[in-house]
Design a protein around this ligand. Structure first.
Ligand code: DX5
Ligand code: ZN
Length: 233
């Protein structure tokens, strides 16, 4: 059964652990661990060595993980040409695809292709890109992802100056008649989750702070879920 992001309440925090911080030799077990720990999504970071300097995973690995997990597959494409890869990721079992506004492809065409493949669509922006750059496409997306690190690597420090984009994006969404989810990604942990929730971010991507938490993944996920009390009502 495919999971549909649009059916999740925005009054709760959803947790999307990033596989970049997981043990790649035991990825199936790592997904089971966070699923049993209460995570709703799993964040799959795809990098092409071109849009960002790093190389990570592709559709083949995602297809084999699909057989092991019922989590909502939250695919974050850090690639130059997302459009021609949509079908491959849809076939592999992605439930949701987020791509970068800085990529080469037309954003409206790309969102339409994601929807045509039966998935929900997200748009994201690098820290240096203003929220206003999302204008041409924001009314069409199911999620906006705010990058709180420079995309490319896990384990970086949270950029607090990016949090101000959340109310700005919420306002743009409201003006477009949309109540899309807002996700944040990069250096997220139980401390900065408070200001993210207060700013209206309801999906938290967390790699290092979940998979490498000294008290275990479940403890970390519970802590992130607890920040739902700070969401604007
Ligand atoms: C960065 C990735 C993030 C990152 C998150 O390019 O998009 O998803 O892996 O990992 P942490 O939480 O360790 O910053
Ligand atoms: Zn990511």
């Amino acid at each position: 059964m495919m999971k549909d992001l649009r059916t999740f309440s925005k009054n709760n925090i959803l947790v999307s652990p990033s596989v970049l911080a997981a043990d790649f030799a035991a990825l199936g077990e790592e997904l089971t661990k966070v699923e049993q720990g209460g995570a709703e999504l799993i964040h799959l970071d795809v990098m092409d060595g071109h849009f960002v300097p790093n190389l990570t995973i592709g559709p083949a690995l995602i297809a084999s993980l699909r057989k092991k997990s019922n989590l909502l597959f939250d695919v974050h494409l850090m690639i130059t040409d997302p459009l021609k890869k949509i079908d491959a990721f849809a076939k592999a079992g992605a439930d949701h695809i987020t791509f970068h506004i800085e990529s080469d492809d037309d954003p409206v065409e790309t969102v339409n292709a994601i929807h045509a493949a039966g998935l929900t669509a997200g748009i994201t922006l690098k820290p240096g890109t203003p929220a206003s750059a999302l204008k041409p496409v924001i009314h069409l997306v199911d999620m906006v992802l705010i990058m709180t690190v420079e995309p490319g690597f896990g384990g970086q420090s949270f950029m607090a100056d990016q949090v101000a984009k959340a109310p700005e994006i919420r306002k743009m969404l409201a003006e477009a008649g949309s109540s899309a989810h807002i996700e944040a990604d990069g250096g997220v942990n139980s401390e900065n989750a408070v200001i993210l929730a207060e700013a209206g971010v309801n999906i938290l991507v967390a790699g290092t702070s979940v998979f490498r938490h000294p008290q275990g993944a479940k403890f970390a996920i519970d802590g992130l879920h607890d920040e739902a009390k700070y969401l604007p009502r």
